[in-house]
Design a protein around this ligand. Sequence first.
Ligand code: PNS
Length: 163
Amino acid sequence: MSRIAVVPGSFDPVTLGHLDVIGRAAGIFDQVHVLVVHNPAKTALLPIAQRVSLIEQAIRDAGLPGSITVTSWSVGLLVDYCTEVGASVIVKGIRSQVDVAYETPMAIVNRDLAGVETVFMLPNPAHAHVSSSLVRQVAALGGDVNPYVPTAVSDFLKSPAFD
Ligand code: PNS
């Protein structure tokens, strides 16, 4: 049986930490669906379609092996998407105890709702301080985000298309 995992998130924008987790998931599961989900609790920087495109570009540029698709979801629960594509696992990157505290209730609710298990994945500690919200802030104030994001993202944030 093919094991399908969903790696969900806002990815606004995708960071090197996200890419690390996506690559690790692709090394474990037969298929990985990277799912861009609008989080109403956060003020968005990039349109959803742009986020999808940047993740696709970053995965291509990094040459990540495995079966990875990138898509978005806006019509219901995360577990509805999982059920629709036959995914039994959600993968979340964990940088610290703060992430554990944030992710644990969602993981339990997702299991209650649809029996979908969540796997917590530890990224390379080199990325432990990197978050999309930090990148958004640095980019908005004209700082260099190169160390935190894939080249596709830093190029896009510098391009006239973003201004
Ligand atoms: O990158 P983020 O913003 O931390 O990702 C959070 C996200 C989008 C994965 C989470 O908010 C989510 O799963 N939203 C979908 C709606 C849903 O299913 N909510 C119930 C989960 S308990």
